[in-house]
Design a protein around this ligand. Structure first.
Ligand SMILES: NC(=O)c1ccc[n+]([C@@H]2O[C@H](COP(=O)([O-])OP(=O)(O)OC[C@H]3O[C@@H](n4cnc5c(N)ncnc54)[C@H](O)[C@@H]3O)[C@@H](O)[C@H]2O)c1
Ligand SMILES: [Zn+2]
Length: 378
């Protein structure tokens, strides 16, 4: 594999995925530049301990001036900076659209002034672009159900139904070229980010890749952000000795992928090289029920805090989601190495070393209730 290095700009490099990525990039010999606004929801004390060798630009990805300065002479860009609250994006619409879409637009405009150097862009996209995703109906074949309505959820009808015949359907992995039906403002912004980057590639002939990350977890994840990262929320509850609350019946599945595997996906893309524009799922390639993950977490945490299935639900949540990872496997040789149990063990070991975070779950829940976004089945 070629040993590609040079100047690499990581937007959002102080965040969870970014801070893990930059350590690996430094180790690979990259000249790492980070642009990050250090937003309060992720960094409550407004600080970031930057690694010594990193050049840090403290600023907003929507600010042409600072973005231009940071990008000057850059060979590659990894665009991670984003607002990431899936539920929150349904009422803080402007903030999510502005940071994610305008931010990408400004970044690309500034990159276009740097064409002499720039060799490629990697965008952090998300499973959220798929919405409810792909299911199999025994009568109708592959179907893409609509999101579940408040009516069904309030009666505890958790599973989506076939949009053609109304029968029960079986979830299956999402594939890159299936129809995209984002079920949240956040998902829409991620889809639009992909399209902006794809168009940039067409217009300027700069290669780009969008990686649709599944549920990433691991050391460095914000334990203070109650709006995102289900495993952080569970850990924060356990440390505060408050019960872990599981929505719906706990059988909803997600693709939990450990941070090291996600970092490796980006390193492989950089090392193997890419041309044109393409999208790839990055995950474990299988789904695990949320209740199972919560139980493993509680067991490995060795806590007596109860895990409670409460039948509450969030309007707009999808039921099952995991990504088919064969495409990135074939193209870049990506293969996740850390099992969910092993990843959770490592995550917990890190969590236990952190200052006890404030459990702000109830604040978040109150906001959702006030906006009519959280309900409870009888
Ligand atoms: N963590 C996941 O499970 C997951 C899953 C799918 C996709 N993603 C995507 O991966 C990327 C990184 O996610 P993360 O989990 O590391 O999030 P994070 O919140 O930990 O990090 C995001 C970083 O971006 C910075 N930021 C926010 N707004 C900014 C702005 N206007 N200008 C500059 N910097 C800004 C924040 O300060 C933070 O350091 C995001 O684009 C996210 O949508 C994450
Ligand atoms: Zn059917």
């Amino acid at each position: 594999m070629a040993n590609v290095t040079g100047k690499i700009v990581v937007t959002g490099g102080a965040g969870f995925i970014g801070s893990n990525l930059i350590h690996a990039l430094l180790g690979d010999g990259w000249d790492v530049f980070v642009l990050d606004a250090i937003i309060k929801q992720v960094h409550p004390d407004g600080k970031w301990e930057k690694p010594r060798k990193v050049s840090f630009f403290h600023g907003d990805v929507r600010d042409h001036g600072i973005v231009g300065k940071c990008l000057d002479g850059a060979d590659y860009i990894v665009h991670l900076a984003a607002e990431t609250g899936v539920g929150q994006s349904s009422y803080e619409i402007a903030r999510h659209v502005s940071v994610n879409e305008l931010g990408t637009a400004v970044l690309l405009e500034e990159a276009a002034k740097n064409l002499k150097y720039i060799k490629g862009v990697i965008l952090a996209s998300s499973r959220a672009v798929y919405g409810e995703g792909r299911y199999i109906c025994i009568k109708c074949g592959v179907v893409y159900p609509e999101g579940r309505g408040a009516n069904d959820l309030s009666q505890g009808k958790w599973e989506p139904r076939c949009p053609k015949c109304g029968e029960r359907v079986k979830p299956t992995a999402s594939i890159e070229d299936q129809p995209l039906k984002p079920a949240s403002i956040y998902g829409i912004t991620k889809h639009n980010q992909e399209q902006l980057v794809a168009q940039f590639t067409k217009g300027f002939d700069v290669p780009s890749v969008a990686l649709r990350f599944q549920n990433v977890y691991g050391p460095g994840q914000s334990l203070n952000n109650p709006y995102t990262g289900i495993l952080s929320i569970f850990c924060t509850r356990i440390m505060a000795k408050n019960p872990v609350l599981i929505y719906e019946d706990g059988q909803e599945k997600r693709d939990f992928v450990y941070i090291e595997d996600v970092v490796e996906s980006m390193r492989l893309v950089l090392k193997k090289g890419f041309s044109g524009f393409d999208v790839y799922n990055v995950g474990m390639g299988s789904g695990t029920p949320v209740l199972e993950v919560a139980n493993i977490l509680a067991e490995e945490f060795k806590t007596d805090v109860p895990v409670q299935v409460v039948g509450k639900y969030r309007i707009g949540d999808i039921r099952h989601a995991w990504g088919d990872i064969r495409k990135i496997q074939e193209k870049f040789g990506y293969k996740p190495k850390i099992s969910v149990r092993e990843g959770l063990k490592r995550f917990i070991a890190w969590v236990k070393e952190q200052p006890k975070p404030e459990d702000r779950y109830e604040v978040m829940e109150k906001e959702m209730v006030e906006r009519g976004l959280l309900g409870k089945a009888p």
